[in-house]
Design a protein around this ligand. Structure first.
Ligand SMILES: Nc1ncnc2c1ncn2[C@@H]1O[C@H](COP(=O)(O)OP(=O)(O)OP(=O)(O)O)[C@@H](O)[C@H]1O
Length: 272
């Protein structure tokens, strides 16, 4: 025990402080860029004002603010309901047992997707491809057009051809197969996403906020290639960079989530 003033500070206190700091840090990262961060700032402001008026002996204002803070815990659950739901979603997902691909032929699939993305980028064909882990996204697949096809460059280009009925929405690739097309993804409400990105890119980010998936986007307007993961969008990728990101995220099944964090180069635009 180390005495700090009248407090005894032991190893368990240190561990507790560390855990609370980490939880607060991850909570901050979680709600950063959302409406909830403004609500959190508001709550902290009320707590600080309450402490100040209490110290100054302003009992009536203190009484009112205490009343507000007493219902604060309920307000927190109401205000942060979308964030809490996302957090529980993420906690419920097993990152190591669930895999993107069932065998080690991820290289072939990556090659097919890269080939399709290269061509669609040149022809400015809009595309949205979601790589899901084996047992995920069923609700989304159910309302799309269900397929069961080998991942093939020409098939992907045909699906996203703007003259075909399936081109709107996302393709889902799961366990080495194209399992659905025309899937509707949740749109991200992240205010940090620039207005230059429309609903296709917002949908790419949206699905990664609540699911451990990896998304590749081709812009119809510019041919620009982007990837989304963990609620972040990295835009303006070259084909080489796309390949390295895909290999990093999808190629090695056993790497930890933190190791696949994006490290965009200067020319790429990163929104998180
Ligand atoms: N929620 C969604 N889920 C899946 N796909 C969507 C969703 N919203 C839009 N899209 C796809 O995005 C297309 C519209 O893209 P929009 O132009 O609004 O977005 P964008 O990000 O600017 O993309 P682009 O750069 O390709 O124009 C739709 O035709 C549809 O195919």
């Amino acid at each position: 025990m180390i005495p700090i003033g009248f407090l005894e500070f032991g190893i368990t206190d240190f561990v507790e402080v560390l855990i609370i700091t980490m939880v607060l840090f991850y909570l901050y990262r979680w709600i950063r860029g959302t409406f909830a961060i403004q609500a959190a700032v508001g709550l902290v402001f009320i707590i600080l004002v309450n402490a100040a008026v209490s110290a100054m002996g302003l009992s009536t204002i203190n009484f009112i603010l205490r009343g507000i803070l007493d219902v604060g815990i309920l307000a927190v659950f109401i205000i942060f309901q979308p964030e809490i739901r996302k957090l529980l979603y993420r906690l419920g997902q097993n990152t190591n047992i669930d895999r993107f691909f069932v065998q080690s032929n991820s290289e072939d699939i990556i090659d097919e997707v890269i080939e399709a993305v290269r061509n669609m980028s040149h022809t400015q064909t809009g595309a949205l491809i979601v790589f899901a882990r084996s047992s995920t996204l069923q609700d989304l697949v159910d309302v799309g057009i269900q397929l069961d096809a080998r991942v093939n460059s020409q098939l992907l280009q045909t699906i996203f051809n703007r003259h075909t009925p399936l081109h709107d929405g996302a393709v889902v690739i799961r366990s080495n197969r194209i399992v659905a097309a025309s899937c509707y993804l949740p749109i991200s409400q992240n205010q940090n996403i620039s207005s230059v990105f429309g609903t296709r890119h917002r949908a790419a980010v949206g699905i990664t906020e609540t699911n451990n998936v990896f998304v590749v986007v081709v812009s119809e307007e510019t041919g620009r290639i982007s990837v989304a993961q963990n609620g972040s969008l990295t835009s303006g990728l070259s084909i080489q960079k796309l390949r390295s990101e895909m290999t990093k995220v999808l190629g090695d099944q056993d790497i930890e989530e933190d190791e696949v964090a994006f490290t965009p180069s200067q020319s790429e635009l990163n929104i998180s």
